[in-house]
Design a protein around this ligand. Sequence first.
Ligand SMILES: NC(=O)c1ccc[n+]([C@@H]2O[C@H](COP(=O)([O-])OP(=O)(O)OC[C@H]3O[C@@H](n4cnc5c(N)ncnc54)[C@H](OP(=O)(O)O)[C@@H]3O)[C@@H](O)[C@H]2O)c1
Length: 319
Amino acid sequence: MSFTPSRLLIFGATGAIGKYITEAILAAKPTFSHVSIFTSNNTVQTKPELLARWKAAGVPLSVLVGDITNAEDVANAYKVEKPDTVISALGRGALTIQTKLVELAEASESVKWLFPSEYGTDIEHNAKSPNEKPHQNKLALRKYIRENISEEKLKITYLVTGPYFDMWVNAKANPKMGAFEPASKQAYVIDDGEGRVGFCTMPDVGKFLVAALRHPEQSFGKALKVQSFVVTPNQVLAEYEKQTGGDKWQVTHVPLKELEELETRAWAEGAGNATGFTLRRIWAEGGTLYEKNDNELIGVGPNDTDSLATAVGRALAKN
Ligand SMILES: NC(=O)c1ccc[n+]([C@@H]2O[C@H](COP(=O)([O-])OP(=O)(O)OC[C@H]3O[C@@H](n4cnc5c(N)ncnc54)[C@H](OP(=O)(O)O)[C@@H]3O)[C@@H](O)[C@H]2O)c1
């Protein structure tokens, strides 16, 4: 099928990663003829400046207010806006709702392509993946799509980005997950800090999504694995030291075994940061490493993504 996405509808557009995705789409101006955002009344009330700025960005933009859990609201959005491509960036609390969004997209007259909310860890990486707790809702959606959605009617693409570098360096919940603290020049790294991790910066997630939109044939039916850079925690530390005057930082090595124990305890106690512990353990175990990523497949070259130096500079500027 020869297809060029033109009318986009975004769910979760103003969320943590949705914001970067929407900004990148709006910055790609002439590429898309129309962009619609389906959002809650709460977001309209709490983020008016952001929505006003986007409306002034020069791309025809509709903001639809509705309830994501109400099938009628969603079906109506598809009917009125006639998107050919739907991008979901819904948060973890809304992942299961996506089964309905997908079902309605397949039944709609206009939607040809849909990106479910992923933008994270490769949930089908190895033999342990099917049992990882944080993966369950995303795995269930992939299963539902495999078993129920006709590829002829609706193309699906999952954008698999690995951890966001911007969040990874700043483990607010517990520094033992791995953290870099410029104010006290302290770092926490897992084991000897030599385990490589593949990252995306949050602005690059938006860039990769737009690159995928520009390469439909290459993206249809795939879980695209994209990365800004692959580095070790020790390389990250060296970059922080370089950009903070050259002094050596104080380093705490957290054994992987200790991270696993913290993870087990967090799940047993029903702690809010349990998901974070599991994902950090997966990343430390090599869960973001591939023989080859898909950057090139969607036309993203080595100089098109943020470098480690840029990402650390940005993180320092935020502190
Ligand atoms: N790779 C990483 O390091 C990483 C880190 C964080 C998240 N992620 C992934 O990125 C995706 C998006 O997560 P996020 O953190 O960006 O999302 P988020 O900010 O928590 O939420 C995004 C939007 O989803 C909508 N939403 C509606 N009902 C919701 C509900 N019950 N719970 C949560 N959100 C609801 C809201 O938008 P409206 O008000 O407009 O409806 C909200 O602004 C997820 O798949 C997540 O797993 C990856």
